[in-house]
Design a protein. Sequence first.
Length: 120
Amino acid sequence: MNKILLTVPQLRSAVAFYTELFNTQGQSLSENSHVFDYGNTQLVCTTDSRETDNDNNAFRQKVYLITTDHLESFHQTATELLCQEVDESLTTGPEGNLSFSLTDPYGNKLRFVKARACAA
């Protein structure tokens, strides 16, 4: 399972933002942390920067979240939320995968990619 740790200044507003984006409530881990499970990815929002600084298994830069079925709805939802920045449209990468990027209200850069179906 991939683990993404995002430091946020206000947990309550981050939980509201990601609840809307992922269309799930997630789960409180502590008074400083909240986790959202999506496929094989756990996104943990925390107000404690020591958690992100000390976790060697967490991604630190641009984050890739893979989705197989819901990229278009994620993009639509993201354009309606208070993101700092959202790509205007989906783009096709060199490997043929559709994707878009956003910057959440706290400056965290995220990239959503629609995985191509593998030929059997």
